[in-house]
Design a protein around this ligand. Structure first.
Ligand code: HEC
Length: 146
């Protein structure tokens, strides 16, 4: 019980720190880059949806196996490695679902951030990528991005 409390408290402190860094200078992309965080630390505090659709649940498995290395658990981003996909620049009207397929198939030349290029991701079927996209969309929606 005490351990759970300690973990919850630690998570709350971490979330507050991220919120502080994010909010105090307007939360622009450059601010995320400058955040003083451990390498690999999450860049946003992602609110998890109460439940995921079946497709999103399958997508989560592929995301965790392939994308989370750079985009972080729950697509919260990883300091020095990759941007959060739970971010307003990746809302559906700016980066539609096709952008996910293109990113996986062709890779991405760095243009929004300073993490470097995203390499082509091998070994994923179209269905895998659609599942991943659904997972990210459900995370985005739970965080007011839609
Ligand atoms: C080796 C690190 C790495 C891995 C692994 C990775 N990405 Fe990325 N990804 C990046 C970086 C870095 C960017 C940001 C490029 C920029 O805009 O500066 C990015 C950008 C993106 C974008 C935005 C594309 C656009 O049009 O701007 C999408 C969508 C995306 N990634 C999806 C994925 C998915 C899905 C996976 C897993 C199948 C994945 N990424 C795996 C590093 C990675």
């Amino acid at each position: 019980m005490r351990k759970i409390f300690a973990l919850t408290a630690a998570a709350a402190v971490a979330a507050a720190a991220v919120y502080f860094v994010y909010s105090s200078a307007g939360g622009d992309d450059a601010t995320l880059q400058r955040a003083v965080l451990e390498p690999g630390a999450p860049l946003t505090a992602v609110q998890l949806p109460p439940e995921l659709s079946d497709t999103a649940m399958i997508g989560k498995r592929a995301f965790d196996a392939v994308c989370a290395e750079c985009h972080g658990d729950s697509a919260a981003g990883r300091n020095g490695m990759g941007p959060p996909l739970v971010h307003k620049i990746y809302e559906p009207s700016h980066h539609g679902d096709a952008a996910f397929m293109l990113a996986v198939r062709n890779g991405v030349r760095a243009h929004h951030w300073k993490f470097g290029n995203m390499p082509v991701q091998q070994g994923l079927t179209d269905a895998d990528v659609k599942g991943i996209t659904r997972y990210v969309r459900e995370l985005q929606r739970a965080n007011g991005i839609d």
